[in-house]
Design a protein around this ligand. Sequence first.
Ligand code: FNR
Length: 187
Amino acid sequence: MTKIAIIVGSIRKDSSNLKLAKALEKLGGGRFSAVHVRIDDLPLFNQDLEGNVPAAVTRLKNEIEGADGVLFVTPEYNRSIPGVLKNAIDWASRPYGKNSFAGKPGAICGTSPGAIGTAVAQAHLRSVTAGFLDMAMMAQPELYLTFKDGLIDSDGNVSSPDTAKFLTGFVDRFLNHVGGAAKAKAA
Ligand code: FNR
């Protein structure tokens, strides 16, 4: 089965982005298996540690490398991506020549209470992933979700049928994107 590494850019327990990640997994209806990549126990990136990387970093790299695709679900902090997410990306991209993201198909989405629902953070993340990390990022559909209380519960149930339909469409396109990349690699 298609394996998707899901990286959530918020590490708080009640994260709306974690709820969105769970909703996308649920709406996938068993068409992919999700690996929830843990980023809250990574040390701050320090090149001095690269010679003998902490176990959490090895786990991070293995989870990304073992996945068929990577889904980023991120909040926006000060019109960019959260530091915890950038820290995880920096670790997984190293050491030089061993970038775990290289060639992986990916997609970006996110939610915030704001009207533009993480659009600026997503643009920054697209620049990092497609522009430098050599990932094959899905361009459309974009998923900028304005979060409202009760829209998604902590189990990933979506209260609005319209939102659920839109999120299902995103998952459908992403799985096609990942499947297409796998076929191109095999050919
Ligand atoms: C925010 N928030 C925020 N929202 C936004 O739409 N654009 C922004 O630039 C920012 N900046 C920002 C900075 C910092 C440091 C914090 C803590 C928060 C609000 C943010 O979207 C909100 O807290 C979300 O609920 C965070 O996502 P999770 O933790 O619910 O997934």
